[in-house]
Design a protein around this ligand. Structure first.
Ligand code: NAP
Length: 350
């Protein structure tokens, strides 16, 4: 499906780290975009949107919408054939009420948006941002996979409201989307399951989890060392491109894992040291698992989490993203270099 360049495309959560790049790709490609934010008057959160709207006059419309309010996205959805739904809370630390902060907005938000899609026969395709967090919870789930690799066939079996609740929220929200997609014939669903997204941000926001973790690698917060935790890494620009490719390709249906490579936190630190030397206080050591059992609980890591994730390498099959979407991946070193350069340029590093 190639939308007419005059029909708007809805991208939810345009103030966010990932959605900003989806907007930029669409606008650079000549499309009209409707986007939503919770608070259009918040200049700190939305200044990059005003920049894009100045660069592309008449191409970007910003609407106010809230995931928990039924019908909130209907106005922004008017006239759209393609809806890209990214808005969802992304928080892994300092979660006090997991249901209220994560699960309810993720699941109710998905339900509200897809109910609005149901009321809008113009919409033919929905691209949902899920996560590899919906594919697995604990890294140790790798043991039950075919060939020791996570693929689109896998679902998170270990996360709960009181254990990795962000991952739980993503799994529940994605399941809700498949349930609603399966109950109708009017629109089709593609789901993007990105790994840990890093790379340059279009805004100076530092409240997001991805930006916060890379900032912590460079500002000395992790100076004493990092745990041997493994992630599938993906460049924010590649993840954004995957959404656009999925939206426009009628064969792009189902789930798409989007990760370039699996790296541990010490691997990421080593790449940063290699690129930037001693310019920033990057982590220089790996915290032994035995030490984490002692100090981890004080830092928010439970014994269960340490046992099932630390020093447990994981791998992902990204072949559907390459073969069906035609996605090309940047190397993690390029992503990390561009990310630190952007933080430096925006004077966000010490
Ligand atoms: P982000 O910068 O924190 O963006 C989250 C977006 O969700 C923001 O635009 C936020 O709006 C919006 N949002 C949160 N709660 C909302 C609510 N109640 N009503 C309306 N909007 C709400 O995080 P991100 O990294 O770009 O994440 C975007 C999506 O990618 C999420 O679905 C996340 O789960 C998924 N994802 C991210 C990663 C990653 O590593 N970053 C990996 C896999 C999947 P405000 O601008 O108003 O705060």
């Amino acid at each position: 499906m190639i939308p007419d360049k005059n029909d708007p495309i809805l991208v939810t959560g345009g103030g966010g780290y990932l959605a900003s790049w989806i907007l930029k790709h669409l606008l650079d490609d000549g499309y009209r975009v409707n986007t939503t934010v919770r608070d259009p008057s918040n200049a700190d959160k939305n200044s990059h949107l005003l920049g894009l709207s100045g660069k592309y006059p008449g191409k970007l419309d910003i609407f106010k919408a809230e995931l928990l309010e039924a019908g909130s996205f209907e106005k922004a959805m008017e006239g759209c054939r393609l809806v890209i739904h990214t808005a969802s809370p992304f928080k892994v630390m300092k979660v006090r009420d997991a249901y209220r902060e994560l699960v309810k907005p993720a699941v109710t938000g998905t339900e509200n948006i897809l109910n609005s899609v149901k009321n809008n026969p113009a919409v033919k395709k929905v691209v949902l941002t899920s996560s590899v967090a919906a594919v697995y919870g604990d890294g140790s789930e790798i043991e039950r996979t075919e060939e020791g690799t996570f693929s689109e066939k896998d679902w998170n079996n270990t996360s709960r409201l009181n254990y990795l609740p962000y991952s739980y929220s993503k799994a529940l929200a994605e399941k809700k989307a498949w349930e609603l997609a399966g109950s109708q014939n009017s629109w089709q669903l593609a789901v993007i399951n990105p790994g840990f997204v890093i790379g340059p941000s279009l805004s100076k926001r530092i409240d997001g989890t991805s930006v916060g973790i890379i900032l912590s690698m460079a500002n000395g917060k992790f100076r004493t060392g990092v745990p041997d935790l493994y992630f599938g890494i993906a460049d924010v620009r590649d993840v954004a491109r995957a959404h656009v490719l999925a939206g426009f390709n009628s064969k792009a249906l189902g789930r798409f894992i989007v990760t370039a490579e699996s790296l541990s936190m010490p691997d990421i630190a080593a790449i940063l040291v290699n690129l930037f030397g001693r310019r920033y206080p990057f982590p220089r050591s790996r915290i032994p698992k035995s030490l984490l059992y002692i100090f981890g609980p004080m830092l928010g890591y439970s014994w269960n989490y340490i046992r099932n994730n630390v020093a447990v390498p994981i791998r992902f099959d990204n072949s559907r993203s390459k073969n069906i979407l035609g996605l090309k991946y940047r190397a993690p070193a390029e992503t990390l270099k561009d990310h630190i350069d952007q933080l430096e340029r925006d004077e966000l590093l010490p």
